[in-house]
Write a protein that binds this ligand. Structure first.
Ligand code: GRG
Length: 280
């Protein structure tokens, strides 16, 4: 991720300033501020924000213009992890090697911290982009991606489906992980104002990237012997070799599709390679 150091630094500074401004400071509300900060600043890779910045480069848009979008998506990502760890969901005591949010602050506060991140994300988008021509489309895409047609649907299928086959697993990954990755890439497409054919192309390649991102996680969990009972793992469905091959072929196809755009895809391609080689 070395090539992205400067952008990450700018983003972290932006997040810290924002957190200072929107989080309550009174002593009686300190606990919710601490809970939100705990999960926002606990070593996430910022993969989705980086996708926003790299997509901006593809379309020769100033990456700074995408910072509010990147922030809103990182807020939603953070909420989804807090809620995913709750006892009623995946019931995880650890996140990023540290106690999960509810372990540290209690289930009540963890639930509310996640909720607060959703409403703040919506406000960030409205404040930054409501004057843009494609704002309505962007906001609908945002709501669908995180809602019951998107990430929440993926979570429900993951919780309820048993003995998942390949197609079901692919659907879960497209919904649960793919939707936010799609939003990071396609969201920038709305800001740039690209035509619907290009938006569709971004849609498909980013869902495939989300799929590749999730099965890379599955692969790592499998290698570490860390497969939670409630979450399906692709390696158990198609085997180790086929999973490795699938990540490679998805990544190759996405890179090829990126070359059909007229701009410079090198930053996005670097993130695809980063996913192939990442160890966390
Ligand atoms: C409304 C209760 C309720 C739930 C909302 C929880 C939820 C729906 C969806 C869960 C979505 C989820 C946890 C998907 C997993 C996606 C994934 C691969 C997470 C890890 O992403 P990384 O590796 O995380 O980018 P870091 O730690 O780097 O930020």
């Amino acid at each position: 991720m070395d090539g992205f150091k400067e952008q990450i630094l700018k983003f972290e500074n932006h997040l810290e300033l924002l957190a200072k401004n929107f989080l309550p400071t009174s002593s009686s509300l300190q606990v919710i501020s601490d809970s939100i900060k705990y999960s926002l600043f606990s070593g996430g890779k910022r993969f989705r924000p980086l996708l926003c910045f790299a997509t901006a480069e593809l379309f020769e848009l100033d990456p700074e213009k995408t910072i509010p979008l990147a922030t809103a998506i990182e807020f939603i990502h953070t909420y989804s992890l807090i809620h995913d760890d709750l006892p009623c969901m995946d019931d995880d005591d650890l996140r990023r090697g540290k106690p999960s949010n509810h372990k540290k602050f209690g289930e009540d506060i963890a639930l509310l911290a996640g909720d607060a991140l959703i409403s703040e994300a919506q406000k960030i988008l409205v404040q930054a982009y409501s004057g843009e021509q494609n704002f309505k489309d962007l906001f609908v895409e945002f709501s669908d991606s995180i809602g019951v047609q998107g990430m929440i649907a993926g979570q429900v299928l993951d919780l309820r489906l048993t003995d998942t086959n390949f197609d079901e697993m692919k659907e879960i990954h497209f919904l649960k992980t793919g939707q936010l990755i799609k939003l990071a890439i396609k969201g920038v497409g709305y800001l740039v104002g690209i035509d619907s054919e290009k938006l569709n192309s971004l849609n498909d390649l980013s869902l495939n990237l989300g799929f590749a991102f999730q099965i890379k996680d599955d692969l790592q969990d499998f290698m570490a012997g860390d497969e939670s009972d409630s979450e399906a793992n692709m390696v158990n469905v198609i085997g180790l070799e086929k999973t490795q091959h699938l990540i490679q072929s998805l990544s190759k196809d996405i890179k090829t599709t990126l070359q059909t755009f007229s701009g410079d895809p090198s930053s996005l391609q670097a993130l695809i390679d980063y996913n192939l080689n990442r160890e966390n």
